[in-house]
Design a protein around this ligand. Structure first.
Ligand code: BG6
Length: 469
């Protein structure tokens, strides 16, 4: 089977991870500009001050993407380039940059797929409580509307937020992302609600503009499976999916939160502070989603726990994604299983669970259009006689594209696949050591770009529309 002609083959990035130019041309500081400077927060103190200098080299990067035959480039806008203080005065040079990047994509027929928020929040808003403060929601809606007006004539695909669970959980439960708060479940749930409310408002504003494009958001998709079929672990999987899957997908696609979770949060005094107006808006916005973006890296294998277990010590390597921790409510823990395959960072490799998970989406949410907005392998790529031989990445993406095909055959409505990432970039906590790109960036040699083996392979996949996978 070939992928249909309207299925988009793309690759992705995010502003803080690629742009650099952290204070160039009037950009304001962000939460990440500050957080990465705190000793011990990132691998060897790496930060995005320069990153891979995409801000200054976007022409070369987009030219390489075009050479690969990429049909779409997913990138994010840095809010602080547009509004250096998060709100108020607009920085025209920031707008110019994104206009140039968009036009450069279009010059080659590459569809720009734009994320409005990929975690870099203007510092002034961070200081006022970030997503705990409902003023941030108002500021976000103003920022989103400005982006629609400035870029919406050429950008026809907008993602409002990237992976709410990650910035909320790592920010308020694990303390590994800004603002670095640990074990505050009340705040964690509040942040998720405020973000969903902001998403709903942005959708409603977008539709008023009649731009005839698509809008949705991207969630991490890590379906949970019990480590065996026992009653206890089947329950653990159900519970994990209620909190990690339905809590995130139901308000967006069904317009209301899952009762199972709401009831428990209310009993524990952890329910967000939400108003009936906010809940009504979330309900009103649900049918306006044109698509759902899924970022799939791995499933979760879960085991019920009988009594509270200690959290394992968080390291930079394991605090994003590696299994081994109890859930915030000590009902289950994620487990590393001997019979599964893992990356060097202990992320499970499972295209099979991807297919099962995609079916789960269909069962729960029907025919909503899906884009796989991220999927890829973080690795330390081998360099052999100067060539970047990232064969494990080729195998990984190959197998996951086969899984996408399989899911399409089973009736799941998927219209695009974006590899993470187009070009090597800054891993939030793991620096430049953990690579994801088709394009290698030589940090010892003036950030020179090189094509990896996967670059040539993906080019062939796109040219043949996946016929030989
Ligand atoms: C996703 C994020 O969660 O995972 C990306 O959207 C991130 O921004 C990617 O880079 C990989 O994460 P990590 O921790 O391996 O860099």
């Amino acid at each position: 089977m070939k992928f249909e002609n309207d299925f988009l083959f793309g690759a992705a990035s995010a502003s803080y991870q690629v742009e650099g130019a952290w204070d160039q041309d009037g950009k304001g500081p962000t939460n990440w500009d500050e957080f990465t400077k705190i000793p011990g927060k990132t691998f060897e103190g790496t930060n995005g001050d320069i990153a891979v200098d995409h801000y200054n080299r976007y022409k070369e990067d987009v030219r390489l993407m075009a050479e690969m035959g990429l049909e779409s480039y997913r990138f994010s806008i840095s809010w602080a380039r547009i509004f250096p203080n998060g709100t108020g005065e607009v920085n025209q040079k920031g707008i110019d940059f994104y206009n140039n990047l968009i036009d450069e994509c279009l010059k080659y027929g590459i569809v720009p797929f734009v994320t409005l928020y990929h975690w870099d929040l203007p510092l002034s808003l961070e200081k006022k409580g970030a997503w705990l403060n409902k003023d941030t929601v108002d500021a976000y809606v103003d920022y989103a509307v400005l982006c629609f007006k400035e870029f919406g004539d050429r950008v026809k695909n907008f993602i409002t937020f990237n992976e709410t669970v990650v910035f909320a959980a790592l920010g308020y439960l694990a303390g590994a992302h800004p603002p670095g708060i640990e074990n505050d479940a009340k705040k964690y749930f509040q942040v998720t609600h405020n973000v969903f409310y902001a998403h709903a408002r942005a959708l409603i504003e977008y539709k008023k503009l009649n731009q005839y494009g698509e809008i949705g958001l991207s969630h991490v998709f890590s379906p949970a499976f019990g480590i065996d079929d026992s009653e206890a672990n089947t329950f653990a999987a159900m519970h994990a999916n209620q909190y990690q899957f339905h809590w995130f997908f139901d308000p967006i696609l069904r317009g209301h939160y899952p009762e199972y979770v709401v009831k428990q949060l209310e009993e524990k005094g952890l329910a967000p502070d939400w108003t009936t107006e906010e809940l009504a808006l979330i309900e009103q916005a649900a049918p306006l989603n044109d698509f759902m973006g899924l970022n799939y890296y791995q499933p979760q294998r879960v085991e019920k726990i009988e009594e509270a277990v200690e959290k394992r010590e968080n390291t930079l390597e394991n605090s994003t994604g590696a299994p081994g921790n109890p859930s915030f409510d000590n009902v289950y823990r994620t487990v590393l299983m001997e019979d599964k395959r893992y990356t060097k960072w202990n992320w499970e490799i499972s295209p099979e669970a991807f297919v099962d998970g995609l079916e789960m989406i269909k069962e729960n949410y029907g025919q909503i259009k899906l884009y796989i907005t991220e999927n890829g392998l973080g690795d330390e790529d081998p360099i052999i006689e100067g060539a970047v031989c990232d064969i494990p990445r080729i195998n990984f993406i190959n197998d996951h594209l086969v899984a996408v095909k399989e899911a399409i055959d089973r009736g799941v409505h998927i219209k695009g696949y974006y590899a993470w990432s187009a070009i090597d970039l800054l891993s939030w906590l793991n620096g430049y050591k953990k690579q994801y790109g088709f394009i290698y960036v030589d940090h010892k040699n003036g950030l020179e770009r090189k094509k990896k083996a996967s670059f040539h392979w993906f080019k062939e996949v796109i040219a043949t529309r996946g016929e030989n996978l």
